[in-house]
Write a protein that binds this ligand. Sequence first.
Ligand code: C2E
Ligand code: MG
Ligand code: MG
Ligand code: MG
Length: 278
Amino acid sequence: KVKEHGKNNVKMYSKSMNEEAVQRRRLENELHKALQLDEFILHYQPQIDVKTNSIIGMEALIRWEHPTRNLLYPNDFIALAEESGLIVPIGQKVLELACKQCKDWQEMGHTDLRIGVNLSQIQLRQPDLVESVRRVLEMTGLEPSFLELEITESIAMHNTDLVIEQLNGLVALGVQISIDDFGTGFSSLSYLSKFPIHRLKIDRSFITNITNKSESAIVSSIVGLAQNLNLGVIVEGVETELQRITLPALGCHEMQGYLFSRPMPAIQFGSILESRIG
Ligand code: C2E
Ligand code: MG
Ligand code: MG
Ligand code: MG
């Protein structure tokens, strides 16, 4: 009897595994098509300097305008795009769209706007990454220093020599590098002195209870670390007025988060830029 039960379990297990595999295959095919049909778009989230209350830049965040489902978010498809390798052409498309958009807004008079683009570790392992970034910059006319490539700490844990070489190549182009979700990667901090980086993006998990003594101590320590290493710093996920008024006292005045704005389509971002001019 026990054996039968076990057998049944195995069968159910393999069936659901199979269904999952079928679903993944379908999604992978759809990702292929989405690329051909240009279904990927970018939303832009402003980055604010609260000292001047001005928009200093924006992060480009991918969305998928799926033909039959609602708008899909990165969590729905980036992992599979990475596993299938499709993240390489998708990431290339993102880079092109983002650089072009940033250049367009600069030409409208917002000359100092910078653009943050997330880079997958799969992309970072592509031998032609530096060359393709160089080509996008040339094609769009965006000055390299306005492009900020966001990588996560987990990148530091694999193929370190290759990563350093790639980052050096990118920095030689004049591009900026930032560490996304800083503090959540569980990696040794030694990469901070080995990697050519320009900015830390403090993860939003560190500011959820910002008036808490140990939490504010962590934030001001990260800011101190950044200052000592001559790095810029920005806080992600600012949602409350309390966070906005507390963070500058901890040394951080560049912010990104729902309090200022959710990520939004280019049209909407453009009109906000225009309404803020002067
Ligand atoms: P991320 O790079 O850390 O981006 C910030 C995420 O936090 C975004 O989610 C953004 O919408 C969200 N966020 C912004 N402000 C707030 C806030 O105040 N509160 C909360 N709770 N969340 C906030 P999104 O757009 O869903 O992106 C999730 C992740 O997907 C990104 O995290 C990034 O790792 C990845 N991603 C997005 N676009 C791309 C892309 O083009 N390529 C790659 N490889 N990854 C991307
Ligand atoms: Mg990011
Ligand atoms: Mg982040
Ligand atoms: Mg993230």
